[in-house]
Design a protein around this ligand. Structure first.
Ligand code: SF4
Length: 218
């Protein structure tokens, strides 16, 4: 994976998908819960569940103190509510035990490696979820590798076919300039949704076709 090729891909995708508006700013705890809600569901459903959770509860303490059934009911539009409601309450419980309050503000003073270790020891919080907190909340140059990033990068030939998401994130982080990590993540997700789809990728319309390993091997 050469830097020149990565920058070329970034430029091509930037031309297609336009400038990135997203600026890292969110509260780390809000980002963590939002990302748990987004696990294994669409953006639309996860947004609905997030809005509904925020409407049903004014504070994280209320979410923690509520019966699980109430939390489950509030996020039912997002899918997998039976798994995510106890996961969210357990996450809040662990954070309160560790921090003596419902806040992850202290994470901002930690290194990215420390934050990753802290978050991934919470059950149900994996590397991708922790990477989303690091990137979107704290502005750290960490690449979350979701299903789209995983598929597109392997097809492009950036990683071997058997590479896991945990392998691919650090490989990209080592090569790409830090300021391009956030836009590259968003572009790869968008590209995976619109063009480099899991089934029937639209290779004939793809701006990356000239340097795509999958296409050039066919
Ligand atoms: S050429 Fe096809 S496989 Fe390669 S990145 Fe584009 S859509 Fe995906």
């Amino acid at each position: 994976m050469e830097l020149k090729k990565l920058v070329w891909v970034h430029e091509k995708l930037a031309r297609v998908y336009g400038p990135v508006q997203c600026r890292p700013h969110s509260d780390p705890l809000e980002q963590l819960i939002q990302t748990i809600l987004s696990q294994n569901t669409s953006d639309i459903n996860s947004d609905r569940a997030w809005r509904s959770l925020k409407k049903a509860f004014r504070t994280w303490q209320e979410v923690l103190d509520a019966p699980e059934s109430k939390v489950r009911h509030s996020i039912r539009k997002g899918g997998l509510a039976g798994i995510k409601a106890p996961r969210i309450q357990n996450t809040l419980r662990i954070i309160r035990e560790r921090e003596h309050k419902l806040s992850l503000a202290r994470l901002r003073k930690m290194s990215s490696e420390e934050v990753m270790a802290y978050l991934t020891t919470i059950p149900g919080v994996g590397v991708k979820t922790a990477a989303c907190v690091l990137l979107f909340s704290m502005g750290r140059p960490v690449m979350p590798v979701d299903t789209h990033v995983h598929r597109v990068t392997k097809r492009l030939g950036w990683a071997p076919q058997n590479a896991s998401p945990e392998d691919i994130g650090p490989m990209i982080e080592k090569k790409l300039p830090p300021e391009l990590i956030l836009p590259m993540h968003l572009y790869l997700v968008e590209h995976g949704r619109r063009i480099c789809r899991a089934r029937n990728p639209l290779c004939a319309e793809c701006p990356l076709a000239a340097k795509c390993e999958r296409l050039n091997l066919q």
